[in-house]
Design a protein around this ligand. Structure first.
Ligand code: ADP
Length: 470
């Protein structure tokens, strides 16, 4: 059984991911900063404890004067020192105890050392609390060795009341900072997730409604480039589908109309003949035949379009002489042109190209038949070829009715016709140029139309100069 993939909304996914990453980053930063700080702070404490011992030693420099120990001075200095966690003892040169803080002020020593022990253990549970002593020699005013002073304190880093206060302040600051930073990160994550997911959710909603046939646009601007591109693509997809939908609906009406007109006419004629109202004279039968021919032309065009739709990307390329195909097409249209007294002149280069001869002939047929269709009597058509960087170009220019600017954008759409009134003369289905574009796309060529109403139209067919020879 396939396991079902658990899905999360984009908003939640981004929020969780962001929050997780940011929290992790803050925890790492806090731990690193905290440890570095602790190491530096311990170094500072050790230095200051060392200094305390040295200063105490200096203070205790002339404690033996005029042949006797100055016990009062020793007491005074030792009482100050024990508050800072340092105990003092004095011995004579025979190692005999002269004075000891442990003897003189036992309670004060144990109180102060215990207090420091408690403080330090509150920071470092594994702190050993071992004491160490340093001996410094004592000389009299004549420089004679008299005895020594023993300065005793804890061997590993120990903290005084104010050090603990300072450490606690720093710890509290780190906790408040972390809570504040994580809180801000969560807010930023929610905000960022919303700003990314909101337009995507909107695009997804619009896509759903597009799939149901409601072609709405996304009216949202994001400050993320990719999201804006996505919105742009969805909007252009919606408007393309909308245009296609309009064209499709028009096609149904157009085909129905196109087929109904000749069928009604043929049916009317036949009914009248069957009812004996009209004689089946050759003229009447000819008129019926013309309508049937028109019907079959329309069906032919539909078939042709269907064929190109299913036949895409099957090019049968060979080396062809451009002049030959263009001239062949012109010969086939000479009679049609003559009927309207349209003069066709040309200036064609000798170029060999590598293309699908039949399909390119079809392009020329469609473009030239349009030029004749949409050029009034006594007009002119001029065909020339020229070479560009990557293309061999065929220009077919007529002096016909031209195409209004707004329609130029649509003439390559299938079933699009500028003149919607579809008279018998010009009755096409509006698929000729669609077929041209699809053939040229297959050839990696191009087709461009320049036109001015009342002056004429120029269609430029661009064929790639693949394997070309002049
Ligand atoms: P159709 O079968 O209607 O000719 P096309 O796809 O060949 O269809 O052309 C689309 C529309 O473009 C035509 O209906 C016509 O209005 C316009 N058109 C094409 N070629 C020309 C031209 N040479 N002069 C004026 N209008 C043209």
């Amino acid at each position: 059984m396939a396991s079902k993939l658990k899905t999360l909304s984009l908003n939640k996914k981004i929020t969780y991911a962001f929050t997780f990453m940011m929290t992790l980053a803050i925890i790492i930063i806090t731990v690193v900063v905290d440890n570095t700080f602790k190491v530096e702070f311990d170094r500072y404490i050790d230095n200051s404890n060392k200094k305390k011992t040295e200063e105490l030693n200096k203070e205790l420099h002339d404690i033996y004067l005029n042949g006797k120990w100055d016990i009062e001075k020793i007491k005074e200095i030792a009482n100050d020192a024990i508050i800072k966690g340092v105990a003092v003892e004095i011995y004579d040169k025979n190692d005999k105890l002269v004075w000891s803080m442990y003897v003189d002020a036992q309670t004060s020593v144990s109180y102060n050392l215990e207090h420091i022990k408690k403080n330090t253990k509150s920071i470092d549970h594994y702190w050993d609390g071992v004491l160490e002593d340093h001996k410094y020699k004592v000389y009299d005013e004549n420089g004679e060795y008299i005895g020594y002073k023993k300065i005793i304190h804890y061997s590993s880093t120990y903290y005084m009341e104010n050090d603990i206060e300072f450490l606690n302040k720093i710890n509290n600051f780190m906790i408040v900072f972390s809570i504040f930073a994580i809180g801000s990160m969560i807010l930023i994550s929610i905000f960022t997730a919303k700003s990314i997911s909101k337009p995507i959710v909107e695009v997804s909603e619009i896509s759903k409604s597009i799939s149901k046939g409601m072609f709405r646009n996304v009216n949202y601007k994001s400050d993320i480039r990719e999201v804006n591109e996505l919105i742009g693509s969805i909007n252009s997809l919606a408007s393309d589908l909308n245009e296609q939908e309009v064209l499709r609906k028009r096609l149904t009406t157009d085909i129905a109309h196109e087929l109904r007109t000749p069928i009604t006419s043929v049916q009317g004629h036949l009914d009248a003949i069957i009812d004996g109202i009209w004689e089946p004279t050759p003229e009447r039968l000819k008129s019926i035949n013309e309508e049937v021919a028109r019907l079959s032309k329309l069906i032919g065009e539909l078939q042709q379009l269907a064929r190109y739709d299913s036949d895409r990307s099957k090019l049968n390329k060979s080396e062809v002489y451009l002049k030959d195909i263009i001239q062949n097409v012109i010969y086939n249209f000479e009679t049609k042109a003559l009927e309207k007294n349209i003069k066709i002149s040309f200036d064609i280069q000798n170029v060999w190209l590598y293309l699908d001869k039949n399909k390119i002939s079809q392009v020329l047929i469609n473009v030239l038949s349009n030029a004749i269709k949409y050029t009034n009597e006594n007009g002119e058509i001029f065909i020339k070829t020229y070479l560009e960087d990557r293309f061999a170009c065929i220009s077919i220019k007529d002096t016909g009715i031209g195409i209004p600017e707004p329609d130029l954008h649509y003439i390559f759409e299938r079933f699009y016709r500028v003149d919607k009134s579809r008279n018998k003369e010009t009755g096409g289905l509006g698929v000729g140029l669609t077929i041209c574009r699809s053939i040229l796309d297959e050839h990696k060529g191009d087709i461009i139309v320049n036109s001015e109403v009342g002056k004429g139209t120029e269609v430029i067919i661009k064929l790639p100069k693949e394997k070309y020879i002049i």
